[in-house]
Design a protein around this ligand. Structure first.
Ligand code: BG6
Length: 516
């Protein structure tokens, strides 16, 4: 939307909820601190809770004060002056009308729905009825957009009846993370990797999103979704798309999103037979995480449940570039460490010229992109081990390392909340980092296939102790190369992090899991 004016007000629906308090209001405050909010920009939070403006501001102030960055008095004064609170039920026309006085001068308002997706349609209807949905207004939708393809279509239709597609910003906060955007830079601002980025050179790709947190109080939402719909349908498939997509012609929203949709369309559908070889479901039981006793999911939930808190699966992209390259995706709650990582495992050398002991030293190159907790990129390369040894040279694998934290450390190098980037883009009307309707629906189509195949095969979640790396299981690795490698991969999944994706450097000098 090149001619889109800057937004002049943001209305946060669910403005006193967890997402608004932990992410959205702090992000707006930091944008204000850094001078990114346009002059006169207003923040209006709305929720059903009967609070006065002063009470609301007091709550936000204490949330900000409790953050590690602390509160800057001058910034707070400016931010508080532009912030208001309206107690209203935005699913009714009357509730939406209560917002009117705050939007009278607004030319391009943003409506941010930090609400249950089941309310999206009703809020849009109420906004239209109150005459607030204008040509320049835009709407931001939080994931999950639906629970499957059908429900996501219903939401998209009801929101689309009020807002044109280019005014709809479907947010996936992973796309706002610095290293995720850096993946685009790494691939398309360097000539180095692109010629290697295909099935001739890449052996497989691993994407891991490991969390130490459990589900806790969020179970009423989570129990209906599970790890497949909560994490894999959105965050992980977005990461997969950015790794796998063809170079877009430019960074225009549709250029990038067209390429992502092509990847999603090329994902091989799961069948009932595949699901047993290519996926693992798990659910945490009581255990110890970070030295502390942790409840199992069913204790938190208060009753037995068939919802998975862990999923690992092999995805195949049936296109020219990626045919035969498995993409292993893994995510889980209550795992031993918080780590989001993409590992591109290259193939080994076609022929080893190194004899003797050095023959076993050889490890294939690997590019490891760490998104959190640290933002690092490492390329593992083989080197000669220093010094003398009997029987010729020895080799070792060493990382060529780019630590973003170290490269940019110093005053003012605060690590940004992913929402800051995305809010700034909505204000400017740039939707490159937002998910288009066909993208979200293609992702659901594939995920529905996995869920259907699980159901048909009767695959229930296997228990794993909180603080472990998930249940034992098997993912078929290389169909063509037979059972030996299947065993290796299954050992990887069973053995946990040390074997699936090792923390960078941890496997120095030794191939993890025998081969990797
Ligand atoms: C959310 C999921 O979208 O992402 C949560 O609903 C998950 O279950 C969270 O914990 C993870 O986000 P991050 O940025 O902490 O990796």
């Amino acid at each position: 939307m090149p001619d889109t004016p800057q937004a002049d007000v943001i209305v946060l629906f669910g403005g006193a909820g967890d997402l608004a308090r932990r992410m959205l209001l702090p992000s707006l405050y930091f944008l204000d601190a850094d001078g990114f909010l346009p002059d006169g920009f207003k923040v209006v939070a709305t929720a059903r809770g009967d609070m006065t403006r002063d009470e609301f501001l007091e709550m936000v102030k204490s949330d900000l004060t409790a953050r590690p960055e602390g509160l800057d008095a001058a910034v707070w004064k400016r931010f508080a002056a532009r912030t208001d609170y309206v107690a209203a039920d935005a699913t009714t026309e009357q509730g939406a009308a209560a917002l009117k006085p705050h939007l009278e001068k607004a030319k391009a308002p943003i409506f941010y729905l930090a609400l249950s997706p089941s309310l999206y349609g009703r809020v849009c209807v109420a906004l239209a009825a109150a005459g607030l949905a204008t040509d320049e207004s835009r709407i931001v939708l939080e994931k999950p957009i639906g629970r499957d393809l059908e429900t996501s279509r219903l939401i998209n239709v009801s929101v689309g009846a009020v807002f044109d597609e280019e005014r709809i910003f479907r947010i996936d906060h992973y796309l706002g993370k610095e290293t995720v955007q850096n993946l685009i830079a790494l691939r398309f601002a360097n000539t180095l990797f692109e010629p290697l980025w295909n099935n001739l050179t890449v052996d497989h790709v691993q994407i891991t999103v490991a969390e130490t947190e459990g589900v806790g109080d969020r179970w009423p939402y989570y129990d209906e979704y599970g790890a497949l719909r909560d994490m894999l349908q959105n965050h992980m498939l977005q990461l997969l798309c950015l790794v796998a997509m063809e170079p877009p012609a430019d960074m225009e929203p549709d250029s990038v999103r067209n390429e992502k949709v092509k990847v999603l369309r090329s994902l091989r559908r799961f069948t009932r037979a595949d699901v047993l070889n290519n996926s693992i479901r798990g659910q945490y039981t009581p255990g110890v995480v970070g030295g502390k006793q942790a409840d199992g999911y069913e204790q938190e939930r208060g009753q037995a449940s068939n919802t998975e808190t862990f999923v690992a699966l092999r995805a195949d992209i049936d296109n020219w570039r990626w045919a035969g390259v498995p993409f292993f995706l893994r995510t889980g709650k209550r795992l031993p460490e918080r780590r989001t990582q993409i590992a591109i495992q290259f193939k080994g050398v076609p022929h080893s010229i190194f004899g003797g002991a050095a023959k076993d030293d050889l490890m294939a190159n690997r590019l490891v992109i760490d998104l959190q907790p640290d933002e690092d990129i490492e390329l593992l390369l083989m080197n000669k081990a220093p010094g003398l040894s009997h029987g010729g040279i020895r080799l070792q694998s060493l990382p060529l390392s780019l630590s973003l934290a170290k490269a940019y450390e110093g005053p003012g190098s605060r690590r940004r909340i992913a929402y800051e980037r995305l809010l700034l883009d909505v204000i400017a009307g740039n939707s490159t980092l937002f998910v288009r309707r066909d993208e979200v629906e293609e992702a659901w189509r594939w995920v529905d296939g996995v869920a259907d195949a699980w159901r048909e095969a009767g695959l229930t979640p296997k228990p794993y102790a909180a603080g472990s790396w998930g249940p034992a299981g098997r993912l078929r690795a290389y169909r063509a190369r037979g059972a030996r490698l299947v065993r290796l991969i299954s050992r990887c999944v069973r053995a946990g992090s040390a074997a699936w994706v090792r923390p960078p450097g941890a496997d120095r000098g030794r191939a993890p899991c025998g081969r990797w």
